[in-house]
Design a protein around this ligand. Structure first.
Ligand SMILES: C[S@@+](CC[C@H](N)C(=O)[O-])C[C@H]1O[C@@H](n2cnc3c(N)ncnc32)[C@H](O)[C@@H]1O
Length: 462
């Protein structure tokens, strides 16, 4: 212990000497890059360090020099120079430097800074406002500070609103043991029904992950939806409910792609719809936060060739790309809690069993061959579902697919030791799901239970 203390003292003395040399050099150069380099190298500073060499640099014409100067002043916290610092902060035009100025003043943690920080809440730049909020939190027990912070709940920036909400409400540390659990009556179930009806029977916050691929508008059948708007409203109605039944801070992964509704005749043109882009703002409004944009990429020979005409004539405006990718967009149910909180809700053996131990794709380009099902025309590959399930759920979780299709999400969930819940309205596909489960055998284990809506409603809800 004695030795450690001596070592620490020697180290501190060395830092002090190094810092003194660096601070001394500040007055000997006017070269911007050199100044920034010196300012960046300066380490920890004691409160008794003379702030004057730094204050002089606040006159420098370079915003980056001023920014690094404010960062160093934040280490000294020179309260005796507060009014000068406030003047500099108020006149600072470079927003990044102004942010550091407000941060430096905020770190002084002295009541004298309250009026300045309260005024900074009106700054036009939300980064500056965030720093002012940080500084004011020390005094949040004072009614006028608490009131000023509360007003930021209406701030135009969603990041400011979220930060204040989190700080004022405080984040709960309690271990919610039910987070890792889900109702038994939903586990390994297929409901043969319109998802809009079935989903009403599912209790709030019972699902850990939803992975789905909805119908591709009228790309195959002109008559499914009266209009594109009606189609989007249909999706919104379902994804609002998915939000309700999803547990706090858990994920919703949506596989869609642009679609083409073929032309009526050669006299008409076909119409393309960019479904992922159109649905995205609607999902954000519901309360889904955007997390990742994964591109599922297929081998070119496996997709329809749209390139034939252009390949022949080579005339501008007629270019058509072969669509080899689909979007797999990852959303998280909005919460103030960090993902760490979600992880902490699980016992250590489940965390260990759920770890992704093998090599995995590190980019957002996932190259996976498409799948074919002899009955269902629009399945996604089991490999895609398995990856999503492995990355975004834990062993034993409940994974939902509102558009069950041939049951790929259910099969992948079962293989990955998760439970599943599927809804599918078409009888042909319900039968196909049952066949697909039977074909897999699962060593004699038949996990799938199928209900129609009436039977499902009558189940004991435990
Ligand atoms: C693109 S497919 C899903 C395919 C699935 N991912 C797979 O790999 O097999 C969409 C499915 O949603 C089903 N569907 C469409 N509208 C529905 C509704 N309102 N309720 C339940 N299922 C619906 C369709 O019958 C179709 O099987």
């Amino acid at each position: 212990m004695q030795k450690d203390n001596t070592e620490m003292k020697t180290q501190t003395a060395e830092y002090a000497t190094d810092n003194a040399v660096l601070i001394d050099s500040l007055s000997k150069t006017s070269n911007e890059r050199k100044l920034i380099e010196l300012l960046q190298q300066i380490g920890r500073l004691e409160p008794e360090t003379d702030p004057l060499p730094f204050l002089n640099l606040l006159e420098n014409s370079s915003g980056e020099v001023r920014l690094w100067t404010f960062k160093n002043l934040a280490k000294i916290k020179p309260i005796e120079y507060l009014s000068q610092l406030i003047d500099y902060a108020n006149n600072e035009k470079a927003t990044l430097a102004r942010r550091e100025a407000v941060s430096a003043i905020g770190r002084m943690r002295n009541e004298q800074i309250i009026p300045f920080l309260t005024a900074a809440l009106n700054d036009e730049d939300s980064k500056v406002v965030m720093q002012a909020i940080r500084g004011l939190l020390t005094f949040k027990k004072q009614p006028e500070v608490s009131e000023a912070l509360r007003e930021q709940l209406d701030h135009p920036s969603e990041l400011v609103r979220a930060a204040v909400k989190k700080e004022l409400n405080g984040s709960s540390k309690k271990n919610d043991s039910s987070h890792a659990e889900s109702p038994d009556f939903l586990k390994n179930v297929l409901i043969h029904a319109d998802v809009r009806e079935a989903i009403k029977e599912i209790p709030d916050e019972s699902i850990h992950l939803t992975f789905t691929s909805p119908p591709y508008y009228n790309a195959r059948d002109y008559t499914l939806y009266k209009s594109y708007d009606e189609y989007l409203e249909f999706l919104v109605e379902i994804f609002k409910e998915v939000h309700r039944i999803t547990k706090e801070g858990r994920f919703f992964v949506l596989n869609t792609s642009p679609v083409i509704v073929p032309r009526m005749s050669r006299a008409h043109s076909s119409t393309r719809y960019l479904i992922p882009y159109d649905i995205h703002p609607m999902l954000r409004k519901i309360g889904w936060d955007f997390i990742e944009d994964i591109n599922w990429v297929k081998p070119e020979p496996s997709v329809r060739n749209r390139n034939g005409g252009f390949f022949q004539h080579r005339k501008p405006l007629g270019y058509k790309a072969n669509s080899i990718s689909e979007s797999v967009i990852v959303y998280r149910k909005q919460t103030e809690k960090l993902i760490d909180w979600n992880m902490k809700q699980y016992p250590s053996d489940i965390i260990e069993a759920s770890k992704v131990k093998e090599t995995y794709e590190k980019t957002n380009i996932w190259k996976i061959a498409p799948s074919n099902d002899k009955v269902h025309p629009a399945t996604f590959p089991k490999e895609l579902a398995a990856r999503v399930i492995q990355f975004y759920s834990f062993v034993g979780d409940l994974v939902f697919d509102p558009f069950g299709g041939s049951g790929t999400t259910g099969l992948a969930a079962h293989i990955r030791q998760r439970n599943f819940l599927l809804t599918e309205q078409e009888e042909t596909y319900v039968k196909r799901i049952q066949e697909n489960f039977e074909r897999q055998e699962f060593f004699g284990n038949r996990p799938l239970k199928t209900y129609d809506l009436q039977n499902f409603k009558q189940l004991e809800k435990t």
